[in-house]
Design a protein around this ligand. Structure first.
Ligand code: 1GP
Length: 237
């Protein structure tokens, strides 16, 4: 147990998580992107997930990813329908920034027997949505409001609560395709208050933005949309 957590999540280190949306990753895209991940020491793991899964065959998708890429594959599920035993681990996301009971405990109860059956590593992760300058899919689908981006102290209170509850990581999320990434001052405030691996994602498109997140204290930076648009960007991140 905790093999993936120990190898991928570290409070003292920095790395990239590459997010694959199964609905937006066709064979050509996988062929262009995945072999490069093997060669990149910065890439720690592949995340697989989306807000609403439109296409069937998640098992097959994860198998295809694993056939082409040696990095661990971690599920980043929008709901319980996005579980598959083919992955190496699961971000057991608790959307602590919202007050939607389904995303605080409901989906988790539905998923728990399957996780047990699969023998899968479930990494309890405080998922905190931060306002990013635009209305995002995750805001709409989750029926939650993001925390204002100019209120780091509110973000800190949520992250601390998750830490005291025993969660194993914090994910600061701007939303896929966010206009503005999570502000450095928010990342820094959480880093100073909470001794947990810190994941930051949403709207990261350039090396400068990724470095800003790392400098502020992120351990893992998630990049999805930018690599969907241009896999060549990986070398520049
Ligand atoms: C979304 O944080 C991830 O959940 C990645 O966002 O698609 O904007 O890179 P992007």
């Amino acid at each position: 147990m905790w093999t993936i957590y120990r190898s991928v999540f570290s409070e003292a280190d920095r790395g990239l998580l590459v997010l694959l949306d199964p609905d937006r990753s066709d064979e050509e895209h996988l062929n262009r992107l995945l072999p490069r991940l093997n060669d990149s020491p910065r890439v720690r793991a592949v995340l697989v997930g989306t807000s609403i899964l439109m296409s069937p065959g998640l098992d097959t998708f994860v198998e295809r990813v694993k056939n082409k890429c040696r990095k661990p594959v971690i599920l980043f599920p929008g709901s319980v329908v996005q579980l598959t035993p083919k992955a190496d681990a699961l971000l057991y996301l608790v959307m602590v920034s919202g007050r939607n009971p389904e995303l605080l405990i409901g989906e988790h109860v539905k998923a728990a027997p399957l996780i047990r059956h699969y023998g899968m590593e479930a990494i309890a992760t405080a998922y905190i949505l931060v306002e990013s300058g635009a209305y995002t899919a995750v805001e709409y689908v989750s029926f939650t409001r993001p925390i204002p981006r100019n209120k780091p102290e509110i973000v800190v209170a949520h992250a601390l609560a998750a830490y005291y509850m025993g969660m194993k990581a914090v994910y600061l999320e701007g939303g896929s395709g966010a206009r503005e990434p999570v502000p450095a001052q928010v990342i820094r405030a959480v880093r100073e208050a909470v001794p947990l691996p810190l994941i930051v994602g949403g709207g990261l498109r350039t090396r400068e933005q990724v470095e800003t997140a790392f400098q502020a204290g992120a351990n893992l930076a998630v990049v999805g949309t930018a690599l969907e648009e241009d896999p060549d960007l990986l070398e520049l991140l």
